[in-house]
Write a protein that binds this ligand. Structure first.
Ligand code: PMP
Length: 463
């Protein structure tokens, strides 16, 4: 489909001043703003225009939020319609026609087995809020407080969600091995590695001396996003469903980043055919505005009124924008498009890897793609739980690649345990020409970065 490009704006002298004032006034905890020193003033589709008049192809998409890119006409129309109707914009969690329509559209997309018997909780506006709600729900329903979560996971920045994310220890959370193909902790990879990971999970849960606090739920990402684009094998997903079902442990699928067509299915759990007990949804469901919900089996709905409240649960504009986005993705089969186009991009990037030993691994699902950069000249790797037998990651090279991409008008994200994975999250409306331009610019940026004298000097900030 045609994505109209914005007309150029005049060079703005404000550009440098804005960046300077941001550095002076904003928090040391700011993230994207450090590695992407741009001042977006206009955007349409995949293109962002900076206050300096430069244009960028945006492969960050609001950290995977913008399924339809920036300012898609159907999204803008839906927002305008609400504003022009005189409907209240703030309604707490009261019923409205806009919310009713959003819920109907969302339920129409859910796995049928869940949709037929689902409840929805509108949460505070961020994904992390919905993760907290999911934990409260399963704890209230089961009377148990333990949680099972995976190495390399990312579920958000509030206390509970952070505790379930890799690297944030909590006594209630048992950390299980996520099956990594490239850096397999068991030195196996592939189906064998996933099989060992599943066996370990089963063994630990059944070991009376395993030290696992009685789990209310297991939470997993069908494709780990921030963790470095690690797709969970379908067979392993089915094993996790079996293991949890056999032990009456709720399965929570965190589809905050994988949802709404991104991985080539409307919801990423569809690839394996599993039906989770709880789905955590945010990012794309709000059509670029903040919205987060959990949907879950009605039998779990045992928590008390007010168990998870919040002032901003009724964002009417986000619900309208979200409903329009969900409908557009469904009607235009954009999940399928993400699957085919993503596979094509992956193949091109894998071919690039043949000429670049610094590309350790190219992986992904649909339009969620990761390129892990390594240092092939570093000391021969020792086989460790962390590294398997792959060369060590090269975060300094990744940081330079990101900057070289920016110089070539391409915005990419970094992620993974060591910030050495270049991540691509383009909108699902990406054209074939844009996909080619993304890979071309990235390849060129990589060549430049490999020659760069800064390569060994600058590791980017960790997020
Ligand atoms: N879960 C996943 C899988 C995510 O990718 C993210 C955000 N990257 C979150 C939860 C947290 O969402 P938010 O940043 O909106 O709190």
């Amino acid at each position: 489909m045609a994505v109209t490009e914005p007309a150029p704006v005049a060079l703005s002298p404000a550009h440098d001043g804005i960046l300077r004032r941001q550095a002076l006034r904003e928090s040391a905890a700011r993230t994207y703003a450090r590695s992407l020193p741009i001042v977006p003033v206009r955007a349409r589709g995949m293109t962002i225009e900076g206050a300096d008049g430069r244009r960028y192809l945006d492969c960050l998409s609001g950290a995977g939020t913008l399924a339809l890119g920036h300012n898609h006409p159907v999204v803008l129309e839906a927002i305008r319609k609400v504003i022009d109707s005189g409907a209240p914009l703030h309604v707490l969690d009261l019923a409205t026609p806009v919310k009713d329509a959003f819920t109907t559209e969302l339920f129409a997309t859910l796995p049928r087995e869940l949709a037929g018997n689902a409840r929805i909780q509108f949460c505070g506006p961020a994904g992390t809020d919905a993760v907290e709600a999911a934990f409260k729900l399963v704890r209230a329903a089961s009377g148990r407080s333990g949680l099972l979560a995976f190495t390399g996971a990312y579920h958000g920045m509030t206390a509970g969600a952070l505790a379930a994310s890799g690297g944030a220890p909590d006594v209630q959370v048992t950390r299980l091995p996520f099956p990594h193909n490239y850096r397999c902790p068991f030195g196996a990879g592939g189906e064998r590695g996933a099989d060992i990971a599943a066996q370990w999970t089963r063994y630990l849960l059944d070991d009376p001396k395993g030290g696992v606090p009685a789990p209310a739920a297991m939470i997993l990402e069908p494709v780990q996003g921030e963790g470095g684009v690690n797709p969970a094998p379908d067979g392993w997903m089915r094993r996790m469903r079996e293991i949890t079902q056999e032990r009456s442990i709720a399965l929570i699928a965190d589809e905050v980043q994988t949802g709404v067509g991104r991985t080539g299915a409307f919801w990423a759990v569809e690839h394996s055919g599993i039906v989770p007990d709880v789905m955590v949804l945010s990012k794309a469901i709000g059509g670029s505005l903040p919205l987060a919900v959990i949907v879950y089996r009605a039998e779990l709905d045992l928590w008390k009124p007010g168990a998870h409240a919040g002032t901003f649960r009724g964002n009417q504009l986000a619900m309208a924008a979200g409903a329009a986005t969900l409908a557009y993705v469904r009607e235009n089969r954009l999940a399928e498009r993400a699957g085919t186009l993503g596979a094509r991009m992956l193949a091109r990037l894998q071919a690039l890897g043949a000429d670049h030993p610094s590309i350790g691994d190219v992986r992904g699902r649909g339009l969620m793609i990761g390129i892990e950069l390594v240092d092939p000249e570093a000391e021969p790797p020792t086989v460790t739980a962390e590294n398997g037998d792959a060369p060590p990651p090269d975060p300094a090279l990744a940081a330079v690649v990101q900057q070289e991409c920016l110089r070539r008008g391409l915005i990419v994200e970094l992620g993974g345990r060591h910030n050495a994975v270049v991540r691509l999250l383009p909108p699902l409306t990406l054209t074939d020409e844009q996909a080619t331009a993304v890979v071309d610019r990235l390849a060129d940026a990589l060549r430049a970065a490999e020659r760069s004298p800064y390569r060994r000097a600058s590791a980017g900030p960790t997020r």
